[in-house]
Design a binder for this molecule. Structure first.
Ligand SMILES: CC(C)(COP(=O)(O)OP(=O)(O)OC[C@H]1O[C@@H](n2cnc3c(N)ncnc32)[C@H](O)[C@@H]1OP(=O)(O)O)[C@@H](O)C(=O)NCCC(=O)NCCS
Length: 171
């Protein structure tokens, strides 16, 4: 995959059909907090009410077409030193280095965009090997296992916590 084809940009309503293609896939949403999108109307409403207004939610694009997303959610108040990240790529494009390339791009700009941010963290389910590999390839540190930590798709699950500090180096 030529990395120059990959870009991150804000979502727009005209992404609706491309967004629906990957957001309606249970394989993609399996480890995400949000549920599979099931119709064009729902996709439009999600873009309008959730994806577009959020300050740092970006569409991962291939040749400027949406094939995934990346989001950063900083904590509030004194905890704004810390932000949580989420991401997904269309299953059609798995295993081509796209998530790794997109995360590297996002991590290199995010500390400039959020003054005071020092720590990015990600919580990954134990069986989500692909996501763990992506984080390790970007340079995140595996900090440990959090037992029964996160609620996802009806179950409380064990999660592995990864972090990347503003002083860390992208691999
Ligand atoms: C996790 C996810 C984003 C990876 O996207 P991707 O574009 O396929 O990732 P990359 O191609 O950059 O893969 C990076 C490495 O992980 C490996 N990998 C990817 N998926 C894998 C899997 N399911 N099992 C094992 N290794 C996997 C790749 O082979 C690659 O390793 P390599 O360079 O040594 O070959 C994608 O599978 C996805 O969207 N999953 C559903 C959503 C999700 O889990 N989000 C993260 C929540 S924490």
């Amino acid at each position: 995959m030529d990395p120059s084809r990959i870009s991150l940009r804000r979502f727009q309503l005209s992404d609706v059909d491309d967004f629906l293609k990957w957001a309606s896939d249970d394989k993609v949403t399996r480890y995400l907090r949000w549920n599979t999108i099931t119709s064009r109307e729902e996709a439009l409403s999600y873009l309008e009410k959730v994806a577009i207004p959020q300050p740092y939610r970006r569409s991962i694009c291939l040749d400027d077409r949406s094939i995934g997303y990346f989001s950063i959610k900083p904590e509030a108040g004194d905890d704004k030193c810390r932000a949580h990240l989420g991401y997904a790529v269309s299953s059609e494009y798995w295993g081509q280095g796209i998530a790794t390339a997109a995360l590297k791009m996002a991590v290199s700009s995010v500390f400039k965009e959020f003054p005071g941010l020092v720590r990015l963290e990600a919580f990954v389910e134990v069986e989500n090997q692909g996501s763990q590999k992506v984080l390790e390839k970007v340079g995140f540190l595996k900090e440990g296992l959090l037992r029964k930590y996160g609620f996802c798709k009806g179950e409380i699950r064990d999660m592995i916590v990864y972090s990347f500090l503003s002083t860390d180096i992208i691999k």
